[in-house]
Design a protein around this ligand. Structure first.
Ligand SMILES: Nc1ncnc2c1ncn2[C@@H]1O[C@H](COP(=O)(O)OP(=O)(O)OP(=O)(O)O)[C@@H](O)[C@H]1O
Length: 305
């Protein structure tokens, strides 16, 4: 669906994107991460045809975005958490009707899609409300419907859950999962909310200072850069000794101990259960937020160990 080869873009003397290459197959949901100013928006602007790169080859669904812009835009949808595509003073349904004309969506298809999205996103209660009077969560749901009414093949989501409470975030994520599964819509998701990535995409790409520094499963990022996994153990009785080869004791309180380890859990579990009779044992994964923070703050991607 998306092919990017050796993309370069600079502004005056500032490099925004440097030698970035990736491909995204149809139907995939990919999380695009990076600290502020890393080059995410610049990449997206090239992919949507808003910016012309200095060099590199880019095709989206076989089209060159900035050359075949009109055709390209008809196949795209975009949602920006920070701003709306709806008309501020118009009731939501009138904004949607206007978009239908702009994208020349056949009346039957529009009615079908509107009914479907109204049900999935529970738009009914506020279809008659102007965008300016919507809550943030309602506005985001209306924006998602607006972005998908013309059956785009590719959806750009930029911070789609920013500022929402847990329930509203979950509703948006459910919806994105549903349109991806039902319609095979390819999704490129830029977000600072790791919950979005964890719930929606198995693959993440990470960019910093214009360079793509990681492209792979979230689990691999975690394994490569995450902190230790933890084994939380409750013994039947406080064990005579608690040290186990290959494991670090992180905390102990009577019969309850926390060990840190890396890699697969089978061997550490076997060693701990051989120590003394165990009442309960669980493996805790390192927090992904903490992993990403470590990467950003420590510049870990620049000097992989
Ligand atoms: N129009 C522009 N003119 C000059 N410099 C720009 C322009 N757009 C982006 N840049 C610079 O290019 C670099 C990459 O910016 P970009 O907006 O792509 O980052 P980003 O990863 O999207 O960041 P954020 O998460 O803050 O949106 C930054 O150093 C930015 O200052």
């Amino acid at each position: 669906m998306i092919q990017v080869h050796h993309l370069h873009k600079r502004f005056a003397r500032k490099v925004a994107v440097e030698d970035v290459s990736f491909t995204i197959p149809r139907g995939e949901i990919v999380g695009y991460l990076g600290p502020n100013g890393a080059g995410k928006s610049t990449t997206i602007k090239v992919l949507t045809g808003l910016l012309v790169p200095d060099s590199g080859a880019v095709t989206v669904g076989g089209l060159v975005p900035w050359k075949q812009r009109r055709q390209h835009v008809a196949r795209l949808g975009a949602v920006f958490g920070q701003r709306t595509t709806l008309w501020w003073d118009l009731p939501v349904q009138e904004s949607l009707a206007l978009l239908r004309h702009i994208y020349r969506v056949p009346a039957g298809r529009f009615a079908e899609n509107l009914a479907h999205f109204t049900e999935l996103l529970e738009l009914g209660p506020f279809l008659g409300t102007p965008a300016r009077s919507l809550s943030l969560g309602q506005r985001m749901r209306a924006d998602l419907a607006a972005a998908l009414l013309h059956d785009p093949e590719l959806l750009f989501l930029d911070e789609p859950t920013v500022g929402l409470d847990v329930v509203a975030k979950e509703r948006i994520r459910e919806f994105v999962r549903a349109v991806n599964a039902e319609r095979g819509v390819t999704v490129l998701l830029t977000t600072h909310d790791l919950g979005d990535v964890e719930r929606l995409s198995r693959r993440v790409m990470m960019i910093d200072v214009g360079r793509l520094l990681f492209d792979g499963p979230l689990a691999q990022l975690q394994a490569q850069y995450g902190g230790e996994r933890e084994l939380w153990v409750e013994f039947e009785q406080t064990p005579a000794r608690s040290d186990v080869a290959g494991l670090r004791v992180l905390a102990s309180c009577g019969p309850r101990l926390r060990y840190g380890f890396r890699g697969p859990a089978a061997e550490p579990i076997a060693r701990v259960t051989a120590l003394a009779p165990v009442r309960d044992i669980t493996v805790r994964e390192p927090d992904i937020e903490a992993t990403i923070r470590r990467i950003y703050e420590g510049g870990l991607l620049h000097t992989p160990s």
